[in-house]
Design a protein around this ligand. Structure first.
Ligand SMILES: [Zn+2]
Ligand SMILES: [Zn+2]
Length: 413
């Protein structure tokens, strides 16, 4: 049970001469390069998406900056509060009220001025387009809830990207690596996980605000241990070395026991869809209408083609008492449960009408994709029979990725 993954044979100890120490003065990565297999150029070229800038995210971003990873996008929607300061090396009391992702990107540049770090301020489930995942070589998760993990898992599978999850509670934690040929996060979910996931939503699928803010008891020691393993696995992945892919490394800080668990791939798992063909369009979610995209998809795949959005969209709320309709066009999870009460009939709960397909008969085809809940730089899937194709809203790349839009990335498939 108690196995520690080993990937290379031990290196002989390296003595540094006074001359070498002098020469290393110029190169901040000298000690890292003394590791036999180390390739600093690979790290400099790597594009890493960090999701969550809380306790784990801070340690992840700190490590990536120290390691000299070249391109880092940090996604988080929250602002810094006083209670974050006990587990966040990148934040100071003077940052209170600032967006976590913005402060983390700035701090990363402070640690390593040559890093290209950019912030994405938004909800990781509803605002982060699939194009962001396709941009990344590796995705690192520092999340505290199953809904976000599941969304990231599906996004990584569709875009064929590995992701490294970290989970911490009190002084216990797990780091695990998921790559699109092995078991995925959804494969590991138990009945209890699904139950806890569903508790985040009320009976009519709208989100319950009291479930949103996860206040997990954790310490900076456990976040640094788990994020350390996550980043070490990322370094190995970037170097093409063997990782704990398909397994989880579990650490119990009370007993100091650690062990790996092996996950099984489920054949009936909904996450296992990789988009084989993705076309990047020179269009943005604000400029392209649903109808334009449907025409483009039908031109390529045939006239029966339908579009499929990555997220369920709440089209409207209908009151069964007064019959009034309210059009919302918002991602389902971002509309809170109290919206269900009709403003005209205080005792009436409104019916929720959602969609995730566009078939060509909708009355909103002339609306821009952004207006019907499609985030910037997303990939919309077109299906016709057994053929499918992803259409990336590439015109949004600059707005979402900022200075990272032109990064070359690693030479790997
Ligand atoms: Zn799976
Ligand atoms: Zn009503």
């Amino acid at each position: 049970m108690h196995e520690v993954p080993t990937t290379t044979s031990p290196q002989p100890p390296v003595r540094i001469t006074a001359d070498e120490a002098d020469a290393s003065h110029e190169d901040r990565f000298h000690r890292l390069k003394l590791i036999g297999w180390w390739d600093q150029k690979k790290l400099a070229a790597a594009k890493v998406l960090v999701i969550g800038a809380g306790a784990l995210g801070n340690e992840i971003v700190k490590n990536l900056a120290l390691l000299g990873v070249g391109n880092v996008l940090i996604a988080d929607m929250d602002r810094i509060e006083n209670s974050n300061l006990s587990r966040s090396i990148l934040y100071r009391a003077s940052n209170n009220g600032e967006f976590k992702s913005t402060a983390a990107a700035r701090a990363a540049r402070d640690v390593y001025p040559d890093i290209r770090a950019h912030a994405f301020v938004g909800n990781v489930v509803y605002d982060l387009g699939l194009g962001v995942f396709r941009w990344a070589d590796v995705v690192l998760g520092g999340l505290d809830n199953r809904e976000a993990r599941l969304a990231i898992n599906r996004a990584c599978w569709k875009t064929n990207r590995p992701w490294i999850d970290g989970a911490i509670e009190q002084i216990q934690g797990t780091a695990r690596v998921f790559a699109p040929d092995g078991p995925c996060y959804e494969c590991t979910m138990s009945d209890t996980d699904w139950k806890l996931l569903q508790m985040r939503r009320s009976c009519n699928l709208l989100s319950r605000p009291e479930m949103e803010a996860g206040k997990t008891p954790t310490t900076p020691t456990i976040s640094s241990i788990i994020a350390g393993v996550q980043c070490q696995e990322a370094v190995k992945l970037i170097h093409g070395l063997q990782t704990i892919s398909g397994r989880g490394w579990v650490f119990d800080g009370l007993t100091t026991d650690s062990y790996t668990v092996e996950y099984q791939r489920k054949t009936n798992c909904y996450s296992h869809e990789i988009l084989e063909h993705i076309v990047s369009l020179d269009a943005s979610a604000e400029s392209m209408t649903a109808g334009d995209l449907l025409s483009e998809a039908r031109r390529r795949l045939g006239k029966d083609t339908q579009l499929e959005l990555a997220r369920e969209v709440l089209e409207k709320l209908i009151c069964p008492t007064c019959g009034r309709e309210e059009k919302l066009f918002a991602s389902l999870g971002r509309v809170s449960a109290d919206k269900a009460i009709c403003p005209h009939c205080p005792t009436s709960r409104r019916e929720v009408r959602t969609f995730h397909k566009i078939t060509g008969t909708e009355d909103f085809l002339d609306l821009p994709l952004a207006r019907i809940g499609v985030p910037a730089f997303d990939i919309v899937i077109a299906r016709s029979g057994s053929s499918s194709m992803g259409f990336e809203l590439g015109g949004d790349a600059g707005a979402v990725l900022g200075p990272l839009a032109d990064s070359e990335g690693l030479e790997w498939a």
